[in-house]
Ligand binder design. Structure first.
Ligand code: MN
Ligand code: MN
Length: 277
């Protein structure tokens, strides 16, 4: 059992959790604004010890800065508030761990981390490509977030896992850039080799999981991964240097069993542990 809110920002900490309860651009079912609170709530039922990583969360110095206050209707202001919080975190030499919120919340976080680490690479877990130039004419949308990231990071510095939904245009782009990869053992080995000693931002859109395991998300997509696949991925990440991370797109009220929130909290535990290594 662990409770993020036990941790005080004044204590020295290596990882800072930042809640970004924003779902202003979601294309289908809203509700991701309730994600951070649901993850904290569900964490009460999750052990602090990970048998998979043989690691104890109590030994990790992390803090929770709570949820940002975000004006839902003003996307640019929301993004600038998130950016400022992540900048503050980086200035305090802590690793930012964003709790979404929808996937567009990752954009200012990745921008800020990239400014500190110019040779940053991004690893995206997601059902969706998020590589559209625009969605219904809007460029700042959760459906376009990785396209926006690509524009300043370069497509060669992004790898995408779990993608199973996108337009033909997006698939042509991703195949051309070679950003797509899989969770096969040999591909995870190759991914770690590709990262080498470069700093990594890990963005986990929870709809990468199959809706059977995580129905509580705005844009569910059949054909997703299970817990064990995620676990193998996380284990592979123990060998890379994670300098920023997020978990996004949990829409807790879409799963009346609350199991989606528990799964999300367990992901957060594993990610905290692997980022602290
Ligand atoms: Mn996404
Ligand atoms: Mn997605």
């Amino acid at each position: 059992m662990f409770d993020f809110t036990d941790r005080d920002l004044k204590e020295p900490h290596g990882i800072r959790m930042i809640g970004a309860p924003f779902d202003g651009t979601v294309s289908f079912r809203p509700g991701a604004r309730f994600g951070p609170a649901a993850i904290r709530d569900a964490s009460d039922g999750v052990e602090s010890y990970s048998p998979y990583l043989d690691a104890e969360l109590e030994a990790v110095h992390y803090a929770d800065s709570g949820d940002l206050e975000l004006p839902m209707g003003n996307v640019e202001t929301v993004l600038s508030i998130i950016r400022e919080a992540v900048d503050d975190c980086l200035n305090d030499n802590a690793v930012p761990f964003l709790l979404g919120g929808e996937h567009l919340a990752s954009l200012p976080a990745i921008e800020a981390v990239h400014e500190k680490y110019p040779n940053l690479v991004v690893i995206q877990l997601d059902a969706h490509a998020d590589q559209r130039d625009d969605y219904l004419g809007v460029e700042l949308s959760h459906a376009c977030v990785m396209r926006r990231v690509s524009e300043f990071l370069g497509d060669e510095n992004i790898r995408q896992l779990g993608i199973r939904s996108g337009t033909k245009y997006e698939y042509d782009l991703m195949k051309g850039f070679g950003t797509l990869t899989t969770f096969k053992e040999e591909d995870l080995d190759e991914l770690v080799e590709w990262v080498a000693d470069r700093p990594v931002y890990l963005t986990v859109d929870l709809d990468v999981f199959d809706p059977a395991y995580l129905p509580g998300t705005g844009t569910p997509e059949p054909g997703g991964i299970d817990w064990w696949t995620f676990q193998r991925f996380i284990k592979a990440m123990t060998d890379v240097d994670i300098v920023g991370l997020d978990v996004v797109e949990l829409a807790p009220q879409l799963d009346s069993s609350a199991c989606s929130s528990v799964l999300a909290a367990k992901c957060v535990r594993e990610m905290l542990l692997v980022a602290a290594k």
